[in-house]
Design a protein around this ligand. Structure first.
Ligand code: UD1
Length: 424
């Protein structure tokens, strides 16, 4: 199993390119299921989760072509021969986002069998809202033998209201509604930029969607969608992670191909921590630059659905606070078990106390390198951020989590001057 060896203490400096967003790429890949015509995507990140989704789609009969010489950046998918609307457990268990095939398969094939994703390290994460929405659109949905089995002659438009804001739930129902008979209104919809990116791709395929980015999305169903080309938006969580990495090392870094507009609240917190952040924008170029102070100030935060502070940045900010001046209160409101990184950060000498869904982080003068273990994707990112700030060597084990969501992490950090080595 691969590990990352990191020798901390080096000030990050230089510039790197931000990749396409994992959480936009995964639902957009599933949009290919809605049409017989080719969908060409660019800025597809080379990540294990993307490879898993491509494998799943291929298993269903989708033809996948990776443009030669693009390293996987440009992918064309064609679901003309879609013949097997089944997502088996062995693929779904490695990636919860596989549930995103449920809506489009039901809409296009009138049938889908998708394994229940089950729990994961950060909480129970049920999919009841996805199922409820499809039922309200007229599908017969049963959960049998660990599989969600949906059947319908044709989905019909409906007024849907999810009990909580759910990102993939909103995406699944929006995908399904594109081919339904009549209008679907999704209330309490997620407003995440990735939902908007998916809507833009679907609109370019001929879907009739309005309101994406607000909490009410309207989809007028059409009989068929056509092929299109779409460029995936930049990854705002990858962007935020490198901003934190630069911040904890007192660094000065420029991130190309990304925009502060996608992460206002994260940028605000970094400004509160004492960092200087500027944006560059021209019609053909975007970048964010960060210049960090020698000593950061601690910043408290509370996670909540977009546009509030993203749960996917909570762990990285916990790492940042471990070396900041003062005490921070971090409240997690989305997932019930998302402080697994705290005990690993403590191994590096961090002063963290957990009380229910609140972590109290008292900043230390320094952290010391140690062996730590990653438990989920963003927890792993927080360990890397802390390791970059720590004195001496840190070995981060189980980095397959990082490979699910960060493209070329070791190479990008290396390009910024970090001392990082991947070993077995
Ligand atoms: C997505 C993101 C993930 C991010 C999360 C919250 C993708 C591929 N993943 O995950 O990176 O951390 O949003 O921003 O985009 N819930 C239910 N029933 C449901 C659906 C959700 O109870 O049917 C609960 C979840 O357990 C959780 C909350 O709702 O407590 C929000 O989860 P949700 O937004 O659905 O997360 P994901 O879409 O799985």
């Amino acid at each position: 199993m691969d590990k990352l060896l990191i020798i901390g203490g080096t000030r990050l400096a230089g510039e790197i390119e931000i990749s396409g967003a994992k959480n936009a790429a995964l639902p957009i890949l599933c949009a290919s299921l809605l049409t017989r015509e080719p969908l060409t995507l660019t800025r597809v990140p080379a990540l294990n989760d993307v490879r898993t989704m491509l494998k799943l789609l291929q298993r269903m009969g989708v033809k996948v072509e990776i443009a030669p010489g693009t390293g996987g950046d440009t992918v064309t998918l064609c679901a003309a021969g879609l013949d097997n609307p089944l997502a088996p457990y062995e693929l779904v268990k490695t990636m919860r986002a596989s549930i995103l095939v449920l809506g489009p398969l039901t809409a296009r094939c009138g049938e889908a069998r998708v394994s229940l994703p089950g729990g994961c390290a950060i909480g129970a994460r049920p999919v009841d809202q996805h199922i409820k929405g499809l039922q309200q659109m007229g599908a017969e949905v049963n959960v049998e033998h660990g599989y969600v089995h949906a059947r319908t002659t044709r989905l019909r438009g409906a007024r849907l209201f999810t009990d909580m804001v759910t990102v993939t739930g909103t995406e699944n129902l929006m995908l399904a509604a594109c081919l339904a008979d009549g209008e679907t209104i999704i209330e309490n919809a997620a407003r995440e930029p990735e939902v908007v990116d998916l809507a833009q791709c679907l609109v370019s395929m001929g879907a009739q969607i309005s309101g994406a980015g607000t909490d009410v999305i309207r989809v007028r169903g059409v009989d068929s969608l056509h092929g299109a080309e779409h460029r995936i938006m930049p990854d705002r969580i990858e962007t935020g992670t490198y901003l934190c990495a630069a911040a904890v090392t007192g660094g000065e870094v420029r991130l190309r191909g990304t925009s502060a507009g996608y992460l206002d609240v994260v940028v605000d917190k970094l400004l509160d921590a004492g960092c200087d952040i500027t944006s560059e924008k021209s019609p053909s170029f975007e970048a964010i630059c960060i210049k960090a102070p020698r000593k950061l100030k601690s910043v408290s935060l509370r996670t909540a659905p977009y546009p509030a502070f993203p749960t996917d940045m909570q762990a990285q900010f916990m790492a940042l606070n471990t070396v900041a001046d003062g005490t921070a209160f971090i409240r997690e409101t989305i997932f019930e078990n998302r402080f697994m990184h705290a005990v690993e950060l403590q191994r590096l000498g961090a002063d963290i106390t957990i009380d229910g869904n609140t972590a109290v982080v008292r900043g230390r003068e320094r952290l010391l390198g140690a062996d730590v273990m990653a438990t989920d994707l963003r927890a792993s990112a927080s360990l890397v951020v802390a390791a970059l700030a720590a004195e001496g060597e840190t070995c981060v084990d189980r980095i397959y989590h990082l490979d699910r969501g960060y493209e070329k992490l070791d190479q990008k950090l290396g390009a910024l001057g970090a001392q990082v080595k991947r070993t077995r």
